[in-house]
Design a protein around this ligand. Sequence first.
Ligand code: NDP
Length: 238
Amino acid sequence: MEQRIAVVTGANRGLGLQTARELAMRGYRAVLGSRDMAKADAAAADLRAAGLEVHATLLDVRSDAIVETFVSAVKDEHGRIDVLVNNAGSIVEADLGHGAPPSTSDVPAEMILRAFDNNAVGAYRLCRSVLPLMNAAGYGRIVNVSSGMGALNEMVDGWPAYRISKAALNAVTRIFAAEAGSGVKINSVCPGWVRTDMGGANAPRDIEEGAAGIVWAATLPDDGPSGGFFRDRQSIAW
Ligand code: NDP
């Protein structure tokens, strides 16, 4: 079988980099999408030094033009895209520099729009560009790295921009799953609370534990699920 090509967005650090590492360790050719090429080149060089097949390509998920250029470049260089992990994400409320969880009185509408653009529309841009390739090829795995903080089922106050953006990302999963052809699977995954720059030092999970569910969804067998929301390989409520 030909080597599978896996694209991971926001892969210069954190869960994205760990996911790329683990996919490469499983024999995938990993493409790190990053808006910071200095960091991405350094991360890719580290992984290559460990014998893994990893490439770095410029990607800012907030730009239609850059996403289109990125997908064309990956397709031209590597032939196709078998796996897409929409991992890039941020907590825009971090800009407030709050100790306490920000509430709606702290978060102007502009922040909601920025979070929505980065965390939900960013994945929409990638899915819109990549899904037709996967449908044509008859194979694909897309993982949208979501969060329990976006689950309507357990929605509470605090961090409204992040929560709303991840709820919207889950809608992106459902909509593209409904358009996915045979052989293509699209799921949302919550990695749990993980010790990364975003998760902070008090998070209970290490990065391997966090990436495990993402890698599982990226490597699902042909009879695996699609259109679901998972944590620790278990279905969770939207
Ligand atoms: P980090 O903050 O450690 O890493 C985030 C990565 O996303 C960085 O590489 C960052 O790039 C990249 N990124 C952000 N915005 C963009 C963009 N517009 N274009 C390209 N890359 C971008 O976070 P984590 O690794 O912890 O988080 C990864 C994903 O997991 C996120 O989607 C997050 O919401 C989700 N998640 C994390 C949890 C946790 O506890 N850590 C819990 C639940 C979900 P740069 O270095 O340039 O800033």
